[in-house]
Design a protein around this ligand. Structure first.
Ligand SMILES: Nc1nc2c(ncn2[C@@H]2O[C@H](COP(=O)(O)OP(=O)(O)O)[C@@H](O)[C@H]2O)c(=O)[nH]1
Ligand SMILES: [Mg+2]
Length: 177
């Protein structure tokens, strides 16, 4: 699997997504420092929010194959500067989190991530598991075997989930007058 580093504001769901991807039971803990796992580097949100700590994020990104910029569907503003992706030395993907939460606005998060320069955007809920396989498929490298490889029911369910997701994501952004 490709190694991914997660970056994003405090509370956007980096640690919970790390647990979901690793197949762990979800449990809350505050990330105090960079956690370097086998295929995931989980970082504290403060590193993305504080200019001095940001340097550590840049250094750790050199250890990864892919950079994941997370944006929660519950965020009211974004940290990401326009076209920030152009400064990265690795492929960058956008990950919209918290899509299961009431009042979620994945369309806003999508706009911010696109504005930052992300071309590939994934939509995930670490609680329901929606979108997690798509992300794992993206990280898959030749020779990797994933749990659903031999399961036709999985592919059928995934097709249905995609149809629902597409309906759910074509909401127009709200313009504030
Ligand atoms: N409903 C819902 N809650 C989530 C999801 N992902 C994370 N959370 C909750 O959001 C809060 C912040 O998550 P956390 O992973 O610690 O964020 P981090 O600061 O980016 O590492 C916690 O209370 C999580 O339980 C999700 O997909 N759905
Ligand atoms: Mg965390």
């Amino acid at each position: 699997m490709k190694k991914i580093i997660f970056s994003g504001r405090v509370g956007c769901g980096k640690t919970t997504l790390t647990q979901a991807l690793r197949g762990e039971r979800l449990s809350y803990f505050k990330t105090q420092y960079i956690n370097h796992y086998d295929i995931i580097i989980d970082t504290p949100g403060e590193y993305a929010e504080n200019k001095k700590l940001l340097r550590a994020l840049i250094l750790y990104s050199f250890e990864a194959d892919v950079i994941g910029l997370l944006a929660s569907s519950m965020e009211e503003y974004t940290l990401y500067a326009p076209n920030i992706v152009s400064l990265c030395t690795r492929p960058v993907i956008g990950i919209v989190t918290h899509i299961d939460r009431p009042g979620a606005r994945p369309d806003w998060a999508t706009l911010w991530l696109k504005n930052a320069g992300c071309k590939d955007i994934f939509y995930v809920s670490s609680v329901t598991g929606q979108g997690i396989p798509d992300l794992m498929e993206y990280l898959r490298e030749p020779g990797d075997v994933l749990p659903w490889d031999e399961d036709p029911a999985y592919w059928e369910a995934r097709k249905k989930a995609k149809e629902i997701e597409n309906q759910f994501l074509i909401r127009e952004p709200v313009r504030v007058k």
